[in-house]
Design a protein around this ligand. Structure first.
Ligand SMILES: Nc1ncnc2c1ncn2[C@@H]1O[C@H](COP(=O)(O)OP(=O)(O)O)[C@@H](O)[C@H]1O
Ligand SMILES: [Mg+2]
Length: 248
């Protein structure tokens, strides 16, 4: 808790649907980010302790923040990290070709990380096990208003059962887990944050979530995305990984 008690001038960063809280703070005169999450999420890929461990492991492998301190306070886990700068990927939505190109580059950079000594696993065993925990503890995002229009299940449990019964075979690569809005571009290189779900997972996990955004922003550029990735679309896996994300 050395640095935690020295943080000052916290200003909350606008929150999305995630259960984590993020603030921009000052520490010894420089800007840092504090991320906290209730300890109930400790056994899941929302854990900011997990995020800190992934961040430390990725130093020298991908551009990510540095861990300043990771620990527990009261009912929460916390992570203090350095600030990333650059142009946020979402700022490129007005130039859709650049947007799609940078998303594909970011995915290629993540998938180029060597997984042979990677201790972090985010595969379907892990994700379905944690989804069961999240559902049992009322922590899953079960609001159908947050689902894609094409997601037609009568209940979160029905969707969970479908995911368990329709698991596709996995092609393991390093994966971000929540890639679409979670990186900056600096000097042409992607710099990633929101790393809690990173680990070894199927090649299509990141591609599907990036594609979900491309379909909203510039659907006509779907073919360009696959051209930049150098891969042909796999519609079944795309659908599966978009559905898997619905309850997170
Ligand atoms: N290290 C960082 N450097 C710069 N901005 C950050 C950093 N960490 C978080 N942010 C900002 O805070 C926001 C929320 O952080 P994120 O880790 O994505 O939390 P969540 O899990 O709620 O999505 C990000 O969209 C980004 O704008
Ligand atoms: Mg985020």
């Amino acid at each position: 808790m050395n640095f935690y008690h020295q943080l000052s001038a916290p200003s909350p960063v606008s929150e999305g649907l995630s259960p984590a809280r993020v603030s921009r703070c000052t520490l010894q005169g420089r800007t840092v980010y504090l991320k906290t999450i209730p300890k109930l999420f400790a056994p899941t890929t929302y854990s900011v302790r997990r995020e800190g461990a992934v961040m430390a492991w990725l130093q020298g492998k991908l551009r990510v923040p540095q861990v300043i301190e990771c620990g527990e306070t009261g009912d929460s886990e916390y992570l203090i990290m350095t600030e990333l700068t650059g142009q946020h990927i979402d700022c490129l939505m007005d130039s859709p070709e650049d947007y799609v190109t940078q998303l594909a580059r970011a995915i290629r950079a993540v998938q180029a990380v060597d997984i042979r000594s990677c201790p972090f696993v985010s595969n379907l065993d892990t994700r379905l096990r944690e989804l069961s925990y999240l559902l049992e503890n009322g922590l899953a995002d079960t609001d159908p208003a947050h689902w894609q229009q094409s997601t037609a299940f009568s209940s979160p449990q029905a969707l969970y059962r479908w995911l368990v019964e329709n698991r596709p075979a996995e092609d393991p690569v390093f994966s971000h887990g929540d890639i679409s809005a979670n990186f900056f571009i600096e000097n042409g290189e992607p710099c990633f944050y929101d790393l809690a779900r990173m680990g070894v997972a199927d090649r299509w996990a990141d591609i599907a979530l990036a594609l979900r955004d491309i379909r909203e922003v510039c659907p006509a550029l779907e073919p360009l995305f696959f051209e930049k990735l150098g891969i042909a679309p796999d519609p079944q896996k795309i659908d599966y990984y978009i559905l898997l994300d619905e309850l997170f």
